[in-house]
Design a protein around this ligand. Structure first.
Ligand SMILES: C[S@@+](CC[C@H](N)C(=O)[O-])C[C@H]1O[C@@H](n2cnc3c(N)ncnc32)[C@H](O)[C@@H]1O
Length: 279
């Protein structure tokens, strides 16, 4: 398998839906491909429009946890269709924005959809987040929005992020983080569901606990800053995403995603925003 063609079946399906012009797919995932954030989850109305707004809010919360500001050079790793870059471009001035993704097909859409505002610069670059094609100390902020679980190694990614960050720069991510006391149970469940999960979502490693992240930060030249558990704010995502998957005929994907919903509701896995300062 070439590095430009990492297998992510859910993106193959999504690209097909976008190609067909499916209006729900375009509204839900044409910009961001991640979960939503609801300040008040009870107020979520289950509509695709409500979900799209919530996805933008989640993106902004991750960017804010990286203290993004005007004039910065920012790298978004695993940038998808460029939604985070688009959001930064709309919110900030005199910024140099770089979106990096392993999948050239997604970058083609990003380049078409996301154009810089006057004074801003945008580049979309194909590459692996664990082998960043950038110079040392060349970014103020590195972001990875809901994608680190696909990367071949969190350790290599953190080392690379630290290398390209200026001292005092920030790394901000969001991830599904299992609670450590439930790890044996989660690993046991994996024996039964791992194959089905990878048939929908490709290579996924969701075994990294908060303690693992804290050790990783220490060992790679970072200091942990923000550790925010936003699980309950993301839960209205599941009914919308599962409905869309089932409506497009992907029953298995809907069922797998419902399983992730239960991991969150039962407190086995937390959805977390994490940020780190480069020493
Ligand atoms: C759930 S999507 C998130 C996309 C985007 N961050 C967003 O929030 O809309 C995961 C992304 O990670 C990308 N990805 C997976 N492995 C990667 C790698 N090794 N290096 C760079 N990007 C990768 C995928 O192509 C996909 O765009």
């Amino acid at each position: 398998m070439s590095k430009t063609n990492v297998q992510l079946p859910y993106f193959d399906e999504l690209l097909e839906q976008l190609r067909k012009g499916n209006p729900d797919a375009i509204q839900a995932f044409g910009r961001h491909v991640h979960w939503g954030y609801w300040e008040n989850p009870d107020a979520a109305d289950g509509s695709v429009a409500d979900f799209a707004e919530a996805a933008e809010r989640l993106c902004r919360r991750v960017c804010d946890s990286g203290s993004v500001g005007d004039g910065m050079r920012i790298l978004d790793c695993g940038c998808g269709f460029g939604g985070t870059i688009a959001s930064l471009n709309e919110r900030f001035s005199n910024v140099q924005l770089v979106g990096l993704n392993i999948d050239e097909r997604q970058l083609e859409r990003a380049r078409k959809e996301v154009k810089p505002r006057a004074g801003n610069q945008i580049d979309f670059v194909q590459g692996d987040a664990c082998e960043l094609p950038f110079e040392d100390a060349s970014f103020d902020v590195v972001l990875a929005v809901e994608c680190i679980f696909h990367f071949p190694s969190r350790e290599r990614f953190f080392k690379e992020a630290r290398r390209v960050l200026k001292p005092g720069g920030k790394l901000a991510i969001c991830d599904f983080v299992p609670t450590s006391f439930m790890m044996p149970f989660i690993k046991f469940m994996d024996l039964f569901v791992k194959n089905s999960v990878s048939q929908v979502y490709g290579n996924v490693n969701s075994h990294y606990t908060l303690g693992d992240y804290q050790n990783l930060a220490k060992n790679t030249g970072f200091v942990s800053q923000i550790e925010e558990n936003i699980t309950s704010n993301t839960l209205p995502t599941y009914p919308v995403v599962c409905r869309l998957m089932r409506e497009s005929g992907n029953i298995e994907a809907g069922n797998i995603t419902m399983g992730a919903d239960w991991l969150g509701r039962l407190g086995l896995t937390h959805y977390m925003i994490l940020s780190f300062d480069a020493k």
